[in-house]
Design a binder for this molecule. Structure first.
Ligand SMILES: Cc1ncc(COP(=O)(O)O)c(C=O)c1O
Length: 436
């Protein structure tokens, strides 16, 4: 790797934290040097002992959906969001008053956040905690499958879809239960008379569309993956009120590392089966994580939730505008369109921006390579030093690539830089018009 010196206040991650935090030794959980002091954690493209070496040759890595764009919000709210747990606290498997695995205060906070965000109706429904929504998706599939005593097909709503549904179903193979691709396969197959579990991802990962079930009927059950149904990522046209909905703290607050999610469930039998699953798999969810989730959600709820939701929405709207503008200058690639919708949280329609047509915001840019010779879109961008996730990972062939817009600012800036380089190659003459 070619490294050049460059002084930048944004080159270091943890070193910056340590300047603000007097008790830096609390965070010695990464690499340490021979003296036992933490080694600086550098942003991408920076290296060296104090992260001051910048690699001008480096690729923009926008492959992962790690929502680090929210890190600055939590730096601004470092005191109120800090959790210090004394050694004696919550040592038991259960909360003492009701012998339950679940913090009632956290459950109340979750109901409150949904009421504030206007994105889900929790009244009259049960709440289950899990180790990330990843575990709850598995628990939900299992609970619904247990209701059926013969052949069940598990399908994803549409292509492109989030790979976990297929991977989990196939990895944790259960008798009489198999993955059947996307819903259209069954819609066009009038011979199939068995039970169906349909995953509906709304907004969809990767393309951000707000989707509804494709299959309906007495033998079809739905699992709504609402990981991105927050006003940072989409308009909220109405609160979701489905029978089985799954949310994730990873995408609400950005704390993917804490591994916390929750399901909102209407039917008591499904609730009981999911609880059984969590109890058998994990004996409940970590009390430390529940305490952290409670602390974070209290910060989110302050001032009617406006602080975090505004912060997140502004960053993603700005990023979407920049990316959309760049893609409006090319004929070689195209970007998904996201229709404007009324958002009940912000109480306004996200207006189209005049310079780029439809502007809203998105979690991911879903980019199509339009030239027939660009057969592998991920590869086209890799050569241009942009690392995205291939559409193959979403069962959608090779013609698309997904770029994450939720990474930290450093990665996003590098993405814009590399995109400009690539697209100005196509339009050398009009490069001067790219004024971002
Ligand atoms: C649609 C969707 N559902 C679920 C998850 C998993 O989230 P968690 O971190 O809560 O396990 C992701 C992660 O990217 C996702 O994109």
């Amino acid at each position: 790797m070619e490294l050049e010196p460059k002084s930048s206040t944004r080159s270091r991650k943890s070193c910056i934290n340590f300047m603000f935090w007097p008790w830096k030794s609390l965070y010695i959980d990464g690499y340490v040097n021979v003296d036992g002091n933490p080694i600086c954690e550098c942003y991408s493209c920076y290296g060296g002992i104090d992260c001051s070496l910048f690699s001008s040759n480096c690729s923009a890595n926008v492959e992962s959906g790690d929502p680090l764009f929210l890190e600055p919000f939590w730096m601004q709210n470092a005191d109120s969001s800090a959790v210090v747990v004394a050694g004696w606290h919550r040592m038991s498997y259960v909360f003492p008053n009701n012998q339950s695995f679940i913090s009632k205060e956290l459950e109340k906070s979750i109901r409150k956040i949904h009421a504030i965000a206007k994105n889900a109706i929790t009244y009259g429904k049960y709440i289950i905690f899990g180790t990330g929504s990843t575990q709850l998706l598995h628990a939900a599939g299992h609970a619904l499958y247990m209701d059926n005593n013969y052949s069940t097909k598990v399908v994803a709503n549409k292509i492109p879809y989030y790979s976990l549904y297929k991977l989990q179903t196939e990895y944790f193979q259960t008798r009489h239960c198999e993955f059947g691709g996307d819903s259209s396969m069954l819609k066009n197959n009038s011979d199939f008379a068995g039970n169906v579990i349909e995953f509906v991802t709304s907004p969809n990962n990767p393309d951000g569309s707000l989707d509804s079930p494709v299959l309906n009927g007495p033998n079809v059950k739905h699992i709504y993956d609402h990981a991105y149904y927050w006003s940072h990522y989409t308009a909220i046209p109405a609160p979701a009120d489905e029978d089985l909905m799954i949310f994730s703290m990873s995408k609400l607050t950005g704390h993917a590392g804490s591994r916390f999610g929750w399901a909102i469930v209407k039917d008591v039998n499904v609730y009981t089966r999911m609880m059984e699953f969590i109890d058998l798999a994990e004996m409940g969810t970590s009390k430390d994580v529940q305490l952290r989730a409670l602390t974070l959600l209290k910060v989110v709820a302050q001032g009617g939730g406006k602080q975090l939701f505004n912060f997140a929405q502004q960053i993603l709207t700005d990023r979407w505008k920049k990316v959309s503008h760049i893609f409006s200058l090319t004929k070689r690639f195209s970007l998904q369109t996201i229709p404007t919708q009324y958002c009940t949280f912000f109480e306004r329609t996200r207006e189209p921006s005049p310079e780029i047509g439809v502007a809203l915001m998105a979690t991911y840019a879903w980019v199509k390579c339009k030239r027939t010779e660009d057969k592998n879109c991920q590869e086209v961008f890799r050569v241009a030093k942009i690392i995205g996730r291939s559409s193959r990972a979403f069962y959608a062939g090779d013609c698309y690539v997904r770029f994450s817009l939720v990474m930290d600012q450093q990665d996003f800036d590098m993405l814009i830089h590399r995109l400009k380089e690539l697209i100005s190659q196509e339009y050398e003459a009009s490069a001067q018009y790219m004024s971002i």
